[in-house]
Design a protein around this ligand. Structure first.
Ligand code: HEM
Length: 159
């Protein structure tokens, strides 16, 4: 059963109810928690994070860099859900992410893989149901599709 844009956006936003943004203890911890999960479960991807290639969850916990990076990432994920209903803005934001990541020379297959990582993170917090997962995958598919065509347009590696 396919979902409308509005339904996709609604389910994604609902799945982020416990992903608090803020300078309070909860906001700071939620930010770090993403990278603790990421580096523990996908250690090969640490290679893109210069100087943190060997970081463990404990290193992330003590890191000011990943406190800041985690807040940016969580804000970006909230943003995806908030702007999904405006297709033009959503696609422009996807292209902006290509510019911001260009310097890391990421494997282009990682753009869609991110949504498995992120729903896995939500799952690890017991906060995601099947419909919400399906909504993130639908959003991710559109995000990835815009990114891959933009990479192609720029003459960069794409899938
Ligand atoms: C920054 C990798 C997917 C949002 C970064 C940095 C790296 C990176 C290496 C620099 C941080 C540092 O070294 O301290 C990756 C990888 C991805 C991925 C490997 C896929 C598996 C995404 C996605 C989003 C995103 C899908 C959007 C939802 C950001 C943001 C920053 C960032 C907001 C902060 C820097 C900035 O805004 O310019 N990413 N990224 N990333 N990434 Fe990603």
């Amino acid at each position: 059963m396919s979902m409308s844009r509005a339904e996709i956006a609604k389910h994604c936003k609902e799945s982020l109810k416990n992903i608090h943004l803020g300078t309070d203890d909860e906001g700071v911890q939620t930010a770090k928690d993403f990278y603790k999960y990421f580096f523990t479960n996908f250690p090969d991807l640490r290679k893109y994070f210069k100087g943190a290639e060997g970081f463990t969850a404990d290193d992330v916990q003590k890191s000011e860099r990943f406190e800041k990076q985690g807040s940016r990432l969580q804000l970006a994920v909230h943003t995806l859900a908030e702007i999904f209903e405006n297709e033009m803005v959503f696609k422009a934001y996807a292209r902006e992410m290509v510019h911001r990541h260009r310097v890391f020379k990421m494997d282009p297959a990682l753009w869609i893989a991110f949504f498995t990582v992120y729903t896995g993170f939500l799952n690890s917090r017991g906060a995601v149901n099947d419909q919400q997962k399906a909504a993130w995958m639908a959003l991710g598919k559109e995000f990835d599709s815009e990114i891959q065509s933009f990479l192609k347009h720029l003459g960069l590696p794409h899938v």
